[in-house]
Write a protein that binds this ligand. Structure first.
Ligand SMILES: Cc1cc2nc3c(=O)[nH]c(=O)nc-3n(C[C@H](O)[C@H](O)[C@H](O)COP(=O)(O)OP(=O)(O)OC[C@H]3O[C@@H](n4cnc5c(N)ncnc54)[C@H](O)[C@@H]3O)c2cc1C
Length: 489
């Protein structure tokens, strides 16, 4: 029987990211994916939030940007049928890349491959059992059934996770009776795209840019000046439970637009057609013994644009903790902080996506008033920035042990420019290798000395920076600050 350290069930974005991060941490995972080939049904159209900063810290962002299908869109983000409009801000708090999920999975697959992670496609996990020392996984591969024994199994097997069921982890929540249809299309010449993004449709008239709300649902247009390629979307009340693996068709989109707007919108060509049902579910526990959950297996949010950020960051948070445990270097309780930190992150995302449901769904004057008040508040910079940070997940601070942790402890490390004896570097550059770093910014040998007993696993660096936020920072592999010594402490 084959033995391995970690089995990852599912080669979607969360599983592939986890595989790469585990390889960086010196662990050899085995990824088992039931589908023989990568998926070609469109899902996410983009990637945004804190994960982009993490990818930059890994030295990967340029590669991801280069793979984008279009120009980086104006910093406007749909939020429950209104827009968070960052176009007036020079430094928006939320960034997004128009990177369709197929391209994202290709990039993550390439990265996992470069790091020599083993991915077996066409190998379906059909059962799991665990005891105190190991997990036994039943697999159905192209040559028949076999078993693998691992020290840990991570269920990255998506919304209908069977790993979650086998571990008997409850997944409470609700499905909203709404369906969101999304499309990227090219409009034919007969439809005029005005300079402000409005559409003039023959036989119907003008459809305003942004959102149009009717008695039958919500219609949205995202366009760039001068381009006939636009994003369209509808949201309608509908109780059908669609399978994400069943593609949406052009007639389905056009029927939906007709129901919502009462207009037939001519479309020349569609480059992307997809459908999304709104669920709000979160696993009660992200860990049961030797079985862990990440990505959609752990959470489903009732809004688009946030799930990948959450799922990929789960993987980044989990990988180095699993590796520390497997290398026998984890302090007691470290692996349980995965649930503590990422369940909290998921709950924050649930909070604002549920608020989006309330903003989006109401059709009465009270709901109109809520949207009007919310929109008015967002014309002020401070609340707009705060909402941007909430959606991006950049306002998250993981709880850290100790009575009075430094205010930076638990936050994402700022990208300080660092002047060292070897030249200029940065926190982002130091994070490429995903190793913990003790960063002495004040020339304090007695604090560097604290890391002496971990010299084989913590890189100790001395540097100077302008306006140092602390004398010493201990930065974890996921770029969060584990501990900081206050200036002059
Ligand atoms: C139409 C649509 C639009 C979306 N838009 C956005 C967006 O704009 N932004 C965003 O962030 N998110 C978006 N999402 C959500 C995003 O697609 C998911 O969050 C993401 O795919 C989750 O990744 P994952 O790796 O957790 O799971 P998945 O991508 O679902 O991958 C799970 C993998 O596990 C495999 N698997 C399952 N069971 C087994 C088994 N027993 N054995 C072996 N393998 C198994 C599956 O075949 C699959 O490959 C959208 C989703 C849809 C449907």
């Amino acid at each position: 029987m084959t033995r391995t350290d970690v089995i990852i069930v599912g080669a979607g974005p969360a599983g592939l990211m986890l595989a790469a991060e585990l390889r960086l941490a010196g662990v050899r995972p085995l990824v088992l994916e039931r589908k023989p080939q990568r998926r070609d049904i469109p899902k996410a159209g983009g990637l945004g939030g804190q994960i982009l900063e993490l990818l930059r810290y890994r030295g990967l962002l340029e590669r991801f940007e280069a793979a984008c299908t279009g120009p980086v869109p104006p910093p406007r983000f749909p939020f429950g049928g209104v827009h968070l409009d960052f176009t007036q801000l020079a430094d928006p708090p939320l960034h997004a890349l128009p990177l369709p999920q197929q391209q994202l999975e290709q990039l993550l697959d390439d990265r996992a491959g470069e790091l020599a992670a083993e991915i077996r496609r066409g190998h379906e996990v059909t059962g799991i059992s665990q005891d105190d020392t190991a997990v036994t996984v039943d697999v159905l591969g192209p040559d028949g059934p076999y078993q693998v024994v691992a020290r840990y199994v991570v269920g990255c097997d998506g919304a209908r996770s069977r790993v979650r069921d086998w571990a008997a982890i409850p997944f409470p929540g609700i499905t909203y009776p709404e369906v969101n249809r999304l499309a990227q299309v090219t409009l034919p010449d007969e439809v005029t795209v005005d300079g402000n993004g409005d559409l003039d449709v023959p036989g119907f008239g003008t459809i305003s840019a942004g959102f149009t709300r009717t008695d039958h649902g919500l219609f949205g247009i995202g366009s760039s000046p001068g381009s006939r390629a636009v994003s369209l979307y509808t949201i309608e009340d509908e109780s059908t439970e669609y399978d994400d693996d069943v593609p949406m068709t052009m007639p389905e989109l056009q029927d939906s637009i007709h129901r919502v707007l009462g207009a037939w919108l001519p479309v020349a060509e569609a480059t992307r057609l997809s459908r999304f049902t709104f669920k709000a579910c979160q696993a009660e526990r992200y860990r049961d013994g030797r079985i862990l959950l990440a990505g959609d297996a752990a959470h489903l949010f009732p809004a688009t644009g946030v799930a990948l950020n959450a799922g990929l960051l789960d993987a980044v948070n989990l990988a180095w903790k699993l590796a520390a445990d497997l290398h026998g270097r984890a302090p007691a309780g470290l692996l349980d902080t995965y649930h503590g930190e990422r369940h909290l992150a998921g709950a924050r995302t649930m909070l604002h996506t549920r608020a989006q449901v309330a903003l989006r769904r109401g059709h009465d004057p009270a709901a109109e008033a809520l949207r009007a008040v919310f929109t008015e508040l967002l014309t002020d910079e401070q609340p707009l920035r705060r909402m941007g940070a909430l959606v991006a997940g950049t306002d998250l601070r993981y709880p850290m042990p100790g009575t009075e942790p430094h205010p930076l402890a638990g936050t994402f490390a700022p990208d300080l420019t660092l002047h060292t004896d070897q030249g200029v570097t940065s926190v982002a550059e130091l994070s490429h290798a995903a190793r913990p770093v003790l960063l002495d910014l004040a020339g304090r040998p007695e604090l560097r000395e604290l890391a002496r007993e971990w010299h084989d696993r913590v890189d100790v660096r001395t540097a100077k920076t302008d306006e140092r936020p602390a004398d010493v920072l201990l930065i974890r592999p996921d770029a969060h600050i584990a501990w900081a010594a206050a200036v002059g402490e």
